[in-house]
Design a protein around this ligand. Structure first.
Ligand SMILES: *Cc1c(COP(=O)(O)O)cnc(C)c1O
Length: 357
């Protein structure tokens, strides 16, 4: 098979050895001569998978025992609703920082559930930076932030320091850099960017924050019900959870978040250096807020885009087209993408400059 350098923004690249193990488990899981896809989620074999996925998440995020980890269906988008439903008191107010499409969608859902206040926004500049130095009212039930803005290529480098409980959508940079999970009341992440395949969403929540809204709760949307059911109140998405577990194990066995953070820093520095040096390309975001996960750039001579696309295709580079809201290009450098793939992209950018500058 030809090696394709996969820069897809999501679902994104996974480690080759993880894909191989996942494929094997579809045929013969745990030497049961049964597929992972055709056994009970209540079997000891699958319960082990779930427990390991939860334990690895806790370990890699450094979470203390107040935290419960869930693997739910419905995508990160369902968490836009579940977060206010479970944490926003009927008399309270939730704060949001609007840093793009995903944050805006989270705000839209929260407004349906209760009082919601946007404390800061970067909409004035098409979300090309991270708001800083804004005031956070101490009375908020929580402050919702998005650690990495997948579409625009911005990333929070310093999380707000506040007494207000923080809720963070880490869908596109979870496990990519060291964070102290205990600094957050709740962290959620759709698996398909940096953790596994589409179909499950990880939620890590401080259990002590739950049960305080004064709202009658629908069972499936109640974190307390999901915790009590150990993420198996109903049939969980077994395959995405299994592959997420394999990816987390891959990360841990190779040296954990500290190991991958160094590589991620080097990958991003290599690509940004080329964007800044190369006369054919320009970065699209504020430099201090540049994401290490999603690198966005445009070509001022947009009429040459088809030529660049031809070169990237010849070099087996895939998934580089920018989001329709931003245009240009986006290289997603998730954990499983290697430095070699970044170097392959840089070579094509240099060849393109030689030919067309
Ligand atoms: C992709 C993404 C989402 C949406 O995830 P779904 O699982 O498709 O609902 C939410 N937030 C961020 C930051 C994302 O990158």
């Amino acid at each position: 098979m030809t090696k394709v350098h996969n820069f897809s923004a999501g679902p994104g690249v996974l480690p080759a050895e993880v894909l191989q193990k996942a494929a094997d488990a579809c045929i013969n899981f745990d030497n049961l001569n049964l597929s992972l896809l055709e056994i009970s989620h209540r079997s000891k074999n699958f319960i082990n998978v779930m427990e390991e996925a939860r334990a690895l998440t806790k370990e890699l995020l450094g979470l203390n025992d107040n935290y419960k980890v869930l693997f739910l269906g419905g995508g990160a988008s369902l968490q836009f609703a579940m977060v206010p439903y479970n944490l926003l008191r009927t008399e309270g107010t939730a704060g949001y920082v609007n840093t793009g499409v995903w944050a805006s969608k989270a705000i839209k859902e929260a407004k349906m559930i209760g009082n919601t206040m946007v404390v800061a926004s970067s909409e004035d500049k098409k979300f090309n930076y991270i708001p800083k130095g804004y005031e956070i009212p101490s009375t908020l039930d929580y402050l919702h932030i998005t650690s990495n803005n997948t579409i625009y290529g911005t990333q929070i480098k310093h999380f707000p320091k506040t007494s207000v409980p923080l809720v963070c959508d880490m869908s596109s940079d979870i496990f990519s850099r060291k964070v102290n999970g205990n600094d957050f009341e709740l962290i959620y992440a759709g698996a398909q960017k940096n953790m596994g395949p589409a179909g499950t969403t990880m939620v890590a929540v401080n259990e002590q924050a739950l049960g305080k809204t004064g709202r009658k709760m629908l069972s499936m949307l109640d974190y307390q019900v999901q915790i009590k059911g150990e993420s198996m109140y109903n049939t969980p998405p077994v395959f995405p959870i299994y592959v997420s577990m394999l990816t987390l194990k891959w990360l841990k066995d190779n040296g954990g978040v500290e190991w991958i953070e160094k590589i991620n820093n080097e990958k991003a520095a290599t690509l940004y250096a080329e964007i800044d040096r190369n006369t054919m390309f320009t970065g699209t975001t504020a430099i201090e807020d540049r994401s290490n996960m999603n690198v966005t750039f445009i070509m001022p001579k947009a009429e040459l885009e088809p030529e660049f696309d031809k070169l990237t295709k010849e070099a087996n580079l895939s998934g580089l087209r920018g989001h329709r809201d931003v245009g240009g290009y986006r290289a997603s450098l998730y954990n499983a993408l290697t430095l070699d793939s970044v170097k392959a992209l840089v070579e094509v950018m240099q060849a393109f400059e030689k030919k067309f500058a």
